[in-house]
Design a protein around this ligand. Structure first.
Ligand code: NAP
Length: 505
């Protein structure tokens, strides 16, 4: 049994707002998800608000929850403008209001007589916190609470610049007792989610506004990543790219794992350099990963085995980590294009125009040619179009010819029309001489190009169909069985709908 209990109790909701009223609202919302709550008293905008909030907290007793009070001074990276004596004053008030724990920065402890908080009537249990907002410092092999000073547990929150940084912090969590590991920053996000399984006593997640970069919301920590049920046996998957923040893959794959009761988790890995991530694969227990921009080509040189078609395309978006640790790469983007199109088009014998000559255009072109279509490429740089066309012995079509030529299908493989440029179309109505238009863009679902096509009575296929189809194929490769397509599809479409509804119209 950990310091804060087991299961969900180890997910600590962070409550942080500038007014007592908002703090109280957040506490109520936090308690619907977990029973361990950090109260960021330093976020309250004045002493009056702090007093009001603690009065409210005291009145609500008993709460059947564990409250951890924090009044972090600016010196320690918090918002509290007062000195050490005022910080201690508010922590003492927090105890009066029923807080069982407090967070005390190392900077504060060092200023106390005898470097001990024992003499002060702060909450009975003390978490000593050490922050490094710049980097992950050199770490010892183990970290246990010091014998003196009245400290019950130690927390290290450190910016992870690399995956290796976050792995070092997780290692420390594995070797320590009464320890809280908080890898910070977007690169540290996966390790933040994995911290509990490595032995961290807590994982923090904000109820509302993030209080630090790379935080995962309470809702996502609990429902999307299920951080509290992950163990060393849990298989780890993820998407590797830069950026990965908007990826829908974690939602899609984790939904699949839950639907099929698979003990696995899918995480977004923000990776600057592939070797940094690849070195961490064995230690993190990664069994497979998706690869996205800008690593789809670079990954090839790190693979021990590659599917011949992916090698021919020159891009890999799916890697399977074999039991012996070797990496096998393949490409499901091409399958995604085919699955998305074949419902509405007979590909064999068809004539398809691809607009764009980048990575997605290349995968689509190879897939369609392999399936028996005649493929033409049109791009703003005619040279790029000619080079791609030459790679699969197809034709390049100049832009000026589009209004006079007709095709069975036209695919947009450029980012033109992607949110936030929703109102723009890469092609004019007069250039859409075809029976079907597919846009590879996912956001928005109905792009301006698809709207124009629909107005002209042309059948349309949104990019999300490709995203889903390539994701189902990935899931199948990793799990060696068919993906639960219906729940995965529902989750992704609902998320996109919610995103679109939340945008100002
Ligand atoms: P990429 O490698 O960067 O290629 C982009 C292509 O679009 C290049 O040919 C580029 O031309 C062209 N382009 C960019 N801006 C343009 C403009 N203003 N006018 C005309 N052409 C322009 O990107 P990618 O990976 O192929 O991705 C392309 C699109 O497909 C993106 O929207 C991406 O989100 C989408 N995609 C969707 C899925 C899915 O699952 N639905 C999968 C992969 C990609 P230059 O070379 O001249 O810049």
């Amino acid at each position: 049994m950990g310091l804060f209990g087991t299961g969900l109790r180890r997910i600590c909701a962070v409550v942080a707002a500038s007014t007592a009223a908002d703090m109280s609202k957040q506490v109520r919302s936090a308690l619907r998800q977990t029973t361990t709550v950090e109260l960021r008293l330093d976020w309250l905008r004045s002493d009056a608000e702090r007093g009001r909030f603690l009065e409210w907290l005291a009145k609500g007793q008993p709460w059947n929850a564990t409250f951890l009070a924090t009044c972090r001074r600016r010196e320690g990276g918090g918002k509290f403008a007062g000195g050490v004596d005022r910080e201690l004053y508010w922590l003492i008030q927090a105890r009066e209001a029923g807080c069982q724990w407090c967070d005390l920065e190392l900077e504060t402890l060092r200023k106390l007589p005898g470097q001990s908080v024992r003499e002060y009537p702060v909450p009975p249990r003390v978490l000593l916190s050490v922050h490094d907002f710049e980097r992950t410092p050199d770490l010892p092999r183990t970290m246990n609470p010091p014998a003196h000073g009245g400290v019950d547990a130690v927390k290290i929150a450190a910016e992870a610049r690399t995956i290796h940084d976050s792995v070092r912090l997780l290692r420390l969590a594995r070797n320590s007792r009464s320890f809280v590991a908080v890898p910070m920053g977007d690169v540290g996000l996966p390790a933040r989610i994995l911290a509990l399984r490595e032995g961290s006593a807590l994982a923090y997640a904000p109820v509302a506004e993030a209080t630090a970069a790379g935080q995962v919301s309470l809702d996502e920590m609990k429902h999307l990543y299920r951080a509290h049920v992950l163990t060393r046996r849990t298989r780890v998957y993820g998407v590797v790219g830069e950026p990965v923040g908007h990826s829908l893959s974690p939602l899609m794959h984790n939904t699949g794992f839950v639907a099929r009761h698979v003990d696995a988790v899918y995480l977004p890995f923000l990776v600057h350099e592939l070797p940094d991530f690849l070195a961490a694969v064995p230690e993190l227990g990664v069994r497979g990963f998706g690869v996205t921009h800008p690593h789809k080509q670079t990954i090839l040189k790190y693979l021990q085995e590659c599917d011949p078609l992916a090698a021919e395309i020159g891009a890999v978006n799916t890697v399977l980590v074999r039991r012996n640790g070797s990496l096998y790469g393949c490409n499901t983007d091409y399958l995604g294009v085919l699955r998305a199109l074949e419902k509405k088009l007979r590909i064999k014998g068809g004539r398809v125009l691809i607009f764009g000559a980048g990575g997605a255009a290349r995968a689509a072109a190879f897939a369609l040619v392999r399936s028996g279509a005649a493929v033409a490429i049109c791009a703003r740089r005619e040279k790029a179009a000619r080079e791609l066309a030459r790679a699969f012995s197809g034709e390049a079509v100049p832009r000026s010819a589009l209004s006079t030529q007709s095709f069975d299908a036209i695919l947009n493989a450029t980012p033109v029309g992607m949110h936030p440029h929703d109102g723009v179309s890469p092609l004019a109505p007069s250039e859409l001489n075809c029976r079907l238009v597919m846009d590879l863009i996912n956001r928005p679902q109905k792009t301006q190009l698809l709207k124009i096509a629909a107005q002209r009575g042309i059948a349309t296929v949104p990019g999300v169909e490709m995203l889903l189809a390539q994701g189902f194929a990935q899931w199948g490769i990793w799990m060696a069985r068919r993906a639960p397509e219906a729940p995965m599809r529902r989750a992704v479409l609902a998320a996109l709908r919610a995103e679109e509804n939340s945008r100002p119209r």
